[in-house]
Design a binder for this molecule. Structure first.
Ligand SMILES: [Ca+2]
Ligand SMILES: [Ca+2]
Length: 497
């Protein structure tokens, strides 16, 4: 009998909650024991339905006092008078269900014990039909759990500092005791600073705040548990855990660990990579370079280049094409710093920038789905796109490593389309329209180089521009309805095979 089951469970909870059965131990008095006592008292009909009146035959100190249609204010009034209440609610499957009302001090927030679900408030049930009312003859009003909030908690050099408030609805003028447990350390204090806001909101006394620093004599990651002590006849059984989590406490004296700090030659220069970890949090990670034979920078965090976190790895790149980069050998290192200022360093060897390449291959890739062509000098980017299913169309042209005519790369976040232009005005217009500025993609050769032609497909949603050094491709696309837009930029003469 599902229906009788949740009703008997609700009643057994309330018998304990209202001290009619003087135990808070569910092993000593559980719904099965309650059910046997009700059965022995003849409280069930032949259809196994519970007759409310007969509950007091089994439990004479728990007097049935009627059934009423649901009204939140009435529920709150009955509760505050000391009545024990069972809510009759509708489940999704349209069968009835019973829940024990655990706290109805506030008619707008009626709290429940639900034998079947995780619901904690009566209004979580879509519909409440009515209320079964019992009057505990012992006159014991329910013991309610403390209300308490930790509003802020943080590590200090000695332990932790915390801020919040706490009171017990059963003794609203009395300051409450708060206990903090961390490792083997246990500290108890009274929450008694003035909190007029809490007094105003909950109609309590003034002294319910706490704003305290605790010396825990611990450092590092600790499991912190904070409990507000219950006031009332249920004692510790209703103590309420108001915070429980792992927290870094004490002073951060350990520098970040740099794992796998390394530097590798990249398409455009040299790339730094490192995993960095710190118990209290990483503040910044920098790649630092200084000329071979010269002194290392005094403040590496001011002069270094920021490394950015990407998929768990801090990374950044120094480029051959960076105009201020000189063609020499460079000492390199990675530095990491935490918020307390502890610093770690790994040396990552000599980066050789003397052998600067003069030209680079521009690769073309084709997306069969969107029809977009994509151009890059980066082997990493090329291989990543091939891995994503793009068709490798190999060498598009050869570009100088640097020139006075940059080709700007732009990305449309909506269509996924790229656009490339040497025209600063066109670039700025697209950025104003919401395109992402991906800065310089490559550089154009001078006008005595190989022209790269641009064509426009008026019918395409994405990939509407094509670029090619092949005059034949330029002509074929025009015959297919593409509009010729002339020369976009120039490749080096070595582009001609
Ligand atoms: Ca209490
Ligand atoms: Ca640290």
């Amino acid at each position: 009998m599902h229906q009788a089951g949740c009703l008997v469970t609700s009643i057994s909870m309330l018998l304990r909650h209202y001290d009619v059965i003087k135990t808070d131990n569910v092993e000593e008095f559980n719904p099965w024991i309650c059910n046997e006592k009700l059965k022995a008292a003849g409280a069930f009909t032949t259809g196994a339905r519970l007759t409310f009146e007969k509950v007091s035959k089994a439990f004479p100190d728990f007097v049935y006092a009627g059934y009423e249609p649901y009204n939140p204010q009435r529920v709150s009034d009955l509760y505050n008078q000391g009545h024990a209440l069972v809510g009759f609610v509708q489940t999704n499957s349209a069968t009835g269900h019973y829940v024990a009302i655990s706290d109805a001090t506030d008619p707008n927030n009626i709290e429940i014990y639900d034998p079947d679900s995780d619901y904690t408030r009566l209004d979580q049930w879509g519909r409440v039909f009515g209320i079964v009312i019992f009057r505990p003859a012992n006159g014991v009003k329910p013991d309610r759990a403390p209300k308490s909030v930790v509003e802020a908690i943080k590590a200090t050099d000695e332990g932790i500092a915390l801020h919040g408030w706490s009171f017990d609805p059963d003794a609203p003028d009395q300051p409450l005791s708060i206990t903090v447990e961390a490792g083997n350390v246990k500290k108890t204090f009274t929450a008694s600073t003035s909190r007029p806001d809490i007094a105003e909101k909950f109609k309590t006394g003034q002294s319910h705040g706490f704003d305290i620093s605790l010396d825990l004599d611990l450092s590092g990651k600790q499991h912190i548990k904070i409990t507000a002590a219950n006031t009332g006849w249920q004692g510790q059984h209703f103590d309420t855990v108001i915070y429980e989590d792992d927290l870094m406490v004490g002073k951060d004296e350990k520098a970040p660990s740099i794992m796998g700090g390394s530097r590798t030659a990249s398409d455009f220069g040299t790339r730094f990579m490192a995993r960095v970890d710190d118990d209290f949090g990483v503040q910044d990670v920098k790649a630092v370079v200084w000329k071979e034979g010269e002194k290392e920078p005094a403040d590496p965090f001011a002069s270094g280049k920021s490394m950015y976190l990407d998929n768990g790895v801090y990374t950044c790149e120094f480029s051959f094409r960076d105009p201020q980069f000189e063609r020499v050998k460079w000492n390199t290192a990675i530095y990491a710093r935490d918020e307390a200022g502890n610093v770690s360093k790994v040396n990552t060897g000599i980066a050789d920038f003397t052998q600067i390449p003069q030209e680079m291959v521009m690769y073309r890739l084709y997306n069969l789905d969107s029809g977009e062509h994509f151009y890059t000098a980066s082997q990493d980017e090329r291989q990543a796109l091939i891995g994503l299913g793009w068709k490798d169309e190999e060498t598009a042209w050869i570009s100088p490593i640097h020139s006075d005519t940059p080709v700007y790369r732009l990305y449309n976040l909506n269509s996924g389309d790229h656009h490339y232009t040497t025209n600063k005005e066109e670039r700025d217009q697209l950025i104003a329209l919401g395109w992402k500025d991906e800065e310089v993609g490559w550089y154009s050769a001078s006008e005595d180089g190989v022209p790269v032609y641009r064509q426009f497909n008026p019918n395409a949603q994405s990939g509407s521009h094509n670029f090619t050094v092949l005059a034949e491709e330029n002509d074929i696309l025009q015959e297919s309805g593409w509009i010729q837009e002339g020369i976009a930029w120039y490749g080096l003469n070595s582009s001609k095979k």
